[in-house]
Design a protein around this ligand. Structure first.
Ligand code: ZN
Length: 82
């Protein structure tokens, strides 16, 4: 049996303007809600089991794909061929 998970909404992504969701363990919901209103605890301490991407989404709403796109765009711009 897998763990019970809950989908929590993430903030609007500044790159694509869409919200997202991150799966967290149901038992972490209370912790998550508490953290949302009182962010004096580092998120890596609240969700050590989540990936850095998921934690980034919870904090800023930025999707892993949007990060990649933003960085690859920068890359192509810096390697302009003449
Ligand atoms: Zn996005």
């Amino acid at each position: 049996m897998g763990k019970a998970v809950a989908l929590v909404p993430t903030p609007v992504c500044p790159f694509c303007g869409k919200m997202g969701t991150v799966e967290i363990a149901v038992e972490k919901l209370t912790t998550f809600n508490r953290w949302r209103f009182n962010r004096n605890v580092p998120i890596q301490e609240v969700f050590p089991e989540l990936s850095a991407e998921d934690r980034e989404m919870i904090m800023t709403g930025i999707h892993p794909d949007c990060w990649e796109e933003a960085f690859s765009e920068e890359d192509t711009e810096s390697t302009v061929s003449y």
